[in-house]
Design a protein around this ligand. Structure first.
Ligand code: 6GU
Length: 227
């Protein structure tokens, strides 16, 4: 999978070199390319934003500069993800769907967002005919300073689903926010008693049927507690 990200703060993406993502990148499973939006700004101040038509607070990112940055990335079979708190909520199902994409482009808005004509332009027929799809995505109901951290969240959730990224693929099928929305059961390791708290007896029993039943019940209880 090829992943491009466009941002005025490319340094935000340094964590892509760490841990699982770094290994996936070294192994050639994902190919990250980070682009500095400001490189496409041509005026003296390298401005990337201006005041909104119609008035109001904040600044809006200029369509011309985004067009220059994105045009060369929009090859056939591309999913363009525009990060905005007004987008569709990211979840495990969306992560799973995007994990089968061949090319993702993350457009990280700052300020009050990107001029909406950028979304409109890349959503038009000339692009959909080439299997270029546009998604406006939010990672949750709170406001961040920009789309960079949201992109990192999405990239981590998506790439760990790629074959070969996780050491133990079983942890994928057993895991908590499995697309059906079940929370995982609580986990314990050695020692069997820590600060007077003992691990549930059943987990030491070796009875796999009873253990599975206990875990299903504990997971349900936890999900109910978190409502
Ligand atoms: Cl994608 N962007 C911003 N700025 N804030 C957010 C978000 C995105 N998702 C949740 N909050």
């Amino acid at each position: 999978m090829k992943i491009d990200a466009v941002s005025i703060f490319p340094d935000y993406f340094a964590p892509l070199q760490l841990s699982l993502l770094g290994k996936a990148s070294d192994a050639g499973i994902v190919d990250f390319h980070i682009h500095d939006l400001r490189a496409f700004a041509s005026d003296n101040h390298h401005a990337v934003d201006d005041t909104p038509y119609g008035g109001g607070a904040g600044m809006v990112m200029l369509p011309e500069i985004w067009g220059l940055a994105l045009d060369r990335l929009m090859v056939d079979e591309t999913d363009l993800i525009i990060l905005t708190p007004a987008g569709k909520r990211f979840d495990q199902l969306m992560a799973a769907r995007l994990s089968s994409a061949s090319h993702l482009v993350f457009a990280c808005g700052r300020y009050e967002g990107i001029d909406d004509r950028v979304r409109q332009h890349y959503s038009s027929d000339q692009y959909s005919k080439r299997n270029i799809r546009v998604h406006e995505v939010s990672i949750g109901d709170y406001v961040l300073g920009g789309g960079e951290v949201a992109s990192l969240v999405m990239i981590e959730a998506i790439t760990r689903l790629l074959p070969g990224v996780l050491g133990n693929p079983e942890s994928l099928s057993e895991e908590s926010h499995n697309e059906d929305g079940y929370l995982e059961y609580p986990n314990f390791t050695k020692p069997s008693t820590w600060r007077d708290i003992s691990v549930p007896e059943i987990l030491l029993s070796g009875n796999h049927g009873e253990i599975a039943k206990w875990r299903a019940e504990a997971a349900k209880q936890r999900a109910a507690d978190n409502l």
